[in-house]
Design a protein around this ligand. Structure first.
Ligand code: TYD
Ligand code: MG
Length: 476
């Protein structure tokens, strides 16, 4: 009698153990290990049959292969992240939080591909066909020849896709809802997700369809459960944004057919996702008309794309014993470091002040290059001196108070010049080729120089306007 061997699989990382444990040794998560029927593994079936392998001809590295024609969806931002369109026979995983717009983006892509000709299939495991149809109608895509299904059983899906014309573009929304008969464990487990992905990817490779799998992410941004799927697919994109703002970023975390530093920018509108060809303009659109203390424009780079965004700071005397530090859109540890450097090397006394820092527009900045802009906003708020409205800031601050050069200086300056900025405060960098001439770079090589510069303009402002005594925490 066949007896199922079972193994214990971590639902977070896919690690296998021989017995149940409360904590996964591999990823450190608690209560993620559940019992599943053991998979045979690749080659397991052949080994049992005792079949011998057959030799196959090997190829030379120097041989030529034809470049794959790409399947262009016509949604420019999506195609760019994919590396110039999707490669037939490839599998792409698109992860994102619920409600971020994955289904909306993919139904728009399906409609665009279908209108250009070719069979396009959209399989939803979460919504009924009526719901998908309703959304498409709202987006004005009701007439696109996309084939719909509300199915979760992988064997049926593969059989349906395999009958009739070979599909060009297949969307599975989402992979976590799919299940296969060949696997013993319950739907939604790592084994099921892995098995279902394997079956679908095998179909895509055999039929030259471009396969897009939607994956849910957990709170900390990982694709839920099956990290294993990330290794099976050719590309992994993440769709990010924040519910309170309309913009969305599509990033490539892995791409076998393109660069991973591409970023697509979209805006969620009443008519679906709209491409944003000039994201800096979107993020700067809500800047105050007049110059305000505490606002600095950071010339950032997302992936390979320049992105200008305003950093706002508020430094106010604390009313509690312990001053507050609150931050939105940037790392608290970097703020702590910048504050410490401003105290130690800039002569600023911040111990009696609450500090708030906000990246306008809901963007999350990861770059250390934002240090200088954050510092400028903080000094500006503390001294009450507005920063020049036509200036951008970038540079990484070191613990010694020095400001270090960052990558893509030329790209940042070019974008700033394009948007009408005329001055850039940045560390000395080896002059990048093609640097624009219509923007003046003022080198800032240490934090002290930045404090002195802004404090000097604060003194001018005060003298000029003869205002009531302004507070100043700057002691040198
Ligand atoms: P959806 O694509 O269903 O998200 P996901 O598949 O990632 O879970 O998007 C849902 C959200 O998008 C929903 O909150 C409403 C919003 N939305 C718009 O703002 N405009 C639109 O045209 C559409 C279709 C959705
Ligand atoms: Mg969805």
């Amino acid at each position: 009698m066949a007896k199922f061997r079972s193994s214990y699989v971590c639902q977070n990382c896919g690690a296998i153990t021989q017995r149940w444990q409360g904590k996964c040794e591999s990823c450190g998560e608690w209560n993620t290990i559940i019992e599943e029927a053991a998979a045979l593994g690749v080659g397991g079936a052949a080994a049992r049959r005792g079949a011998a392998g057959r030799p196959f001809p090997l190829e030379d590295l120097s041989g030529s292969s034809k470049t794959e024609p790409r399947l262009v969806t016509g949604i420019g931002e999506l195609d760019r992240v994919a590396g110039g369109g999707f490669v037939p026979g490839s599998a792409t995983l698109i992860g994102g939080e619920p409600g971020i717009g994955k289904s909306t983006l993919l139904i728009q892509a399906c409609a665009a591909v279908a209108r250009a000709g070719g069979r396009v299939v959209y399989v939803s495991g979460e919504e009924s066909t009526a719901q998908v149809r309703l959304r498409a109608a709202r987006l004005g895509l009701a007439d696109a020849p996309v084939q719909l299904a509300a199915q979760t059983f992988v064997e049926d899906i593969v059989a349906t896709l395999g009958s009739g014309d070979a599909p060009k573009f297949v969307v599975i929304d989402s992979i976590q809802t799919m299940w296969s008969d060949a696997i013993e464990s319950a739907p939604g487990t790592v084994s099921q997700v892995r098995g279902a992905s394997q079956a679908l990817i095998r179909f895509a490779k055999a039929s030259d369809a471009a396969l897009l799998l939607v994956g849910h992410v957990t709170k900390d941004g990982q694709i839920a459960g099956p990290r294993v799927v990330e290794h099976m697919v050719d590309a992994v994109f993440s769709f990010e944004g924040d519910g309170a703002h309309a913009f969305r970023l599509l990033r490539a975390a892995k791409n076998r057919f393109g660069a991973t530093d591409e970023v697509g920018v979209f805006e969620m509108t009443g008519g679906g996702l709209a491409e944003v060809p000039n994201p800096s303009a979107l993020f700067l659109a809500e800047r105050d008309g007049a110059a305000n203390p505490g606002a600095a424009v950071f010339a950032g780079v997302e992936g390979a794309r320049p992105l200008l965004v305003e950093i706002q700071a508020l430094v106010a005397p604390t009313t509690f014993g312990t001053p507050r530090r609150a931050i939105v859109g940037w790392e608290p540890s970097r703020l702590a470091m910048v504050l410490a450097v401003l105290e130690a090397h800039g002569g600023m006394k911040l111990g009696q002040y609450d500090v708030y820092l906000n990246v306008a527009g809901g963007l999350r900045i990861m770059e250390p290059a934002a240090d200088l802009a954050a510092a400028a906003a903080l000094i500006s708020s503390l001294t009450g001196a507005s920063l020049p409205r036509d200036a951008v800031y970038f540079g990484e601050i070191g613990l010694s108070g020095s400001v270090r050069a960052v990558a893509h200086a030329g790209l940042r300056l070019k974008e700033a010049a394009k948007l009408g900025f005329t001055r850039a405060f940045a560390p000395h960098s080896p002059r990048a080729s093609g640097e624009p001439v219509n923007i003046a770079t003022q080198p800032i090589d240490n934090v002290g120089a930045l404090v002195a510069l802004i404090a000097a303009s604060a003194v001018e402002t005060r003298a000029g306007r003869a205002k009531s005594p302004a507070r100043s925490g700057v002691t040198n």
